[in-house]
Design a protein around this ligand. Structure first.
Ligand SMILES: Cc1cc2nc3c(=O)[nH]c(=O)nc-3n(C[C@H](O)[C@H](O)[C@H](O)COP(=O)(O)OP(=O)(O)OC[C@H]3O[C@@H](n4cnc5c(N)ncnc54)[C@H](O)[C@@H]3O)c2cc1C
Length: 359
């Protein structure tokens, strides 16, 4: 994992005024959230009240995407469940800020930004669709005033009672669209959430759409491919930010434990530090002009970020020893959280596949 960015470090933003409060809030609730004692909604509401949910949306607006990534990194370093839900929320802000909206969706966008409305991004199938791997499973049919949707949402997070969902669909005779609906719309069935290895507080599950009526003004775009390409840099950068945050937490923990027998891990730690620095340098560089890096550079960053988080949590586990294997420890929580990263869309399989074709 080498890059010119390793040598030419690009500085992360210096911070934001509420940084200490953010770290304190999410560190305090991480254990309870992991054990299922609460969910991610209070954290999103807290960030919304601080005005930190929509920084840089859309497309690095106000030159604030780098600060948004720093917020995501900080939250994920304390609590990856919250960092992941924040990604979902921030992406739904991005979709609405970019898509054509009327007064109703403008109101929803304001509520998403202040955390009073929770956002669901059911866009993993759109990523596969645009990569040419598999068509999106939800089928759209035109009606007098919009479209009717039928089909499965196989996985999505933040599936809370009145959340706003952004979902891709396709017409049987070709063409696609991006639609906005609400979990409490007639025809939306959310299935019981399965027990997960981690991220249990994110209300991640599946749903079925049966004859869901979507008015024309809730169709964000009828250019599925164009829409996905336009949001993909932010999508990948925010994902890379929560990977970098998780890696950073494990790195800081390991750095304290490298003496005695653990001096054996010195070279591993040095390699990890180099890789993590490289990820962060690219992350904050790309954030300043998200459409400038090539698709391959963004995919490589996302792959490297997930890998460095996996490596960092494994090293933390090795140098922490038995107390890190206690189920309630932060070390074991981070190990379980990192196990999610290779299977989050774009999955490690998809990233490798796309990169092998862009070489
Ligand atoms: C806890 C959790 C939360 C999630 N939250 C969200 C969310 O908020 N939003 C969202 O959009 N998604 C979400 N997802 C879905 C996630 O992003 C991935 O899409 C999903 O985990 C991929 O798992 P899958 O079983 O669908 O795998 P698949 O994509 O079906 O892949 C299964 C295996 O088949 C391989 N494979 C995939 N496609 C092909 C192909 N065409 N040909 C051959 N092999 C192939 C893969 O490499 C993999 O090994 C979530 C998933 C989980 C587990």
């Amino acid at each position: 994992m080498t890059s010119a960015h390793t040598a030419a470090r690009v500085a992360a933003p210096t911070g934001y005024p509420e940084r200490a409060a953010v770290a304190e809030f999410f560190t305090a609730q991480a254990g309870e959230l992991d054990r299922g004692g609460c969910d991610v909604r209070p954290g999103l509401r807290f960030l919304g009240e601080l005005g930190l949910l929509g920084l840089g949306a859309p497309d690095n607006a106000g030159d604030e995407l780098a600060t948004m990534l720093l917020v995501v990194e900080d939250v994920a370093a304390s609590c990856m469940s919250s960092g992941f839900s924040l990604w979902a929320q921030r992406m739904v802000v991005e979709y609405l800020a970019r898509g054509a909206t009327g007064p109703e969706l403008d109101g929803e966008l304001a509520a998403l930004r202040d955390g009073s409305r929770i956002g669901v991004t059911a866009m993993a199938p759109a990523m596969k669709h645009v990569a040419g791997l598999e068509p999106v499973p939800v089928i759209a049919e035109r009606t007098a005033d919009g479209v009717r949707l039928d089909g499965p949402i196989r996985w999505a997070s933040n599936l809370f009672d009145d959340a706003l969902v952004v979902v891709p669909a396709r017409f049987a005779d070709g063409g696609g669209l991006i639609a906005v609906l609400r979990i409490d719309d007639p025809g939306v069935t959310v299935h019981d959430a399965p027990e997960l290895l981690a991220l249990g507080g994110t209300r991640s599950s599946s749903a079925t759409l049966t004859g869901v009526e979507v008015p024309a003004e809730h169709v964000l775009s009828e250019d599925l491919t164009g829409f996905v390409r336009s949001v993909r840099p932010t999508f990948l950068l925010v994902q890379s930010a929560f990977c970098a945050g998780l890696a950073g937490a494990s790195r800081r923990c390991s750095a304290e434990l490298l003496d005695g027998l653990n001096a054996e891990f010195g070279a591993d730690f040095a390699e990890l530090a180099t890789d993590h620095d490289s990820v962060r340098a690219r992350l904050f560089d790309f954030a300043r002009a998200p459409h400038r890096p090539s698709a391959a550079d963004l995919l490589r960053l996302r792959l490297d970020a997930a890998r460095v988080a996996g490596a960092a949590t494994r090293l933390e586990s090795a140098v922490t020893g038995g107390r890190g294997y206690v189920a309630t420890s932060a070390t074991s929580r981070r190990l379980r959280e990192a196990a999610f990263l290779p299977i989050q869309a774009p999955t490690e399989g998809q990233l490798r596949w796309e990169l092998s074709r862009s070489a």
